[in-house]
Write a new protein. Sequence first.
Length: 283
Amino acid sequence: MQVVTSIEELRSIIKWWRGEGHSIGLVPTMGYLHEGHKSLIVKAVSENDRVVVSDFVNPTQFGANEDLSSYPRDMERDAAVCEEAGADVVFHPEPEEMYFEDNCTFVDMDGLTKGLCGKSRPTHFRGVCTVVSKLFHIVTPDRAYFGQKDAQQLAVIRRMVRDLNFGISIVGCPIVREEDGLAMSSRNTYLSPKERKAALILHKSLSAAEEMAKAGERDAGKLISAIVKSIKTEPLARIDYVELVDAETLEPVGSIKAPILAAIAVYIGKTRLIDNFSFSPEA
Ligand code: PAF
């Protein structure tokens, strides 16, 4: 496995692979890899001849007061995880390699990016769409792999690929959880032991609501109230949002008639965590 830092070098590897007739999978990440990322890489390896993992903390998707400078980084460990999972190349560029100093071109989206996380992170998805477009142009993958934990991001990327005719298959992969249910996230490392315990309230509240939906509850208001009530039992938790939205349009729904996404963002101390479940009334 190779760690590549320059776009030019990566392009020449891709050209060579294409010449050999290989299919290519891309797993975009911001590094500090955990089992969730590893599951994406393993899936990509099983479905493609060659796999590139990008490992890049993308500055354009962080707001002014967010955690860009403190975002955890460990390239040595990441390289070992990628190698073990069977990746061929880790693309680890410096920010200057990805963005010209006077960069003024961005990929932005209306609609899907305005609600949920977009409300409190208004420039986040512009940064995500821009960097993912750049990675798609550099790697030209056949397939790209994203986790369902970032459900809004997955919906946004699917829509971007459709609207801009990227011709890349977007593969969504299930949330990977710790044994006690906490969704894996690089940001979990910010939690103190007390906060780590408190963070369980995200999965607990969602699981209870999912059971209610499975038992036949179709009123979105009732499900949201149950989640809010449950989160409020945890003193260290502060709700950013609790929403039930249409799985494709991400528009809020009043009742469940089609596939929905129940999505939450909750601060545990200073750490903002997200989690969700998908539910289909026919299932
Ligand atoms: O999900 C992430 O880690 C990032 O948003 C992504 C898709 C790698 C873009 O920087």
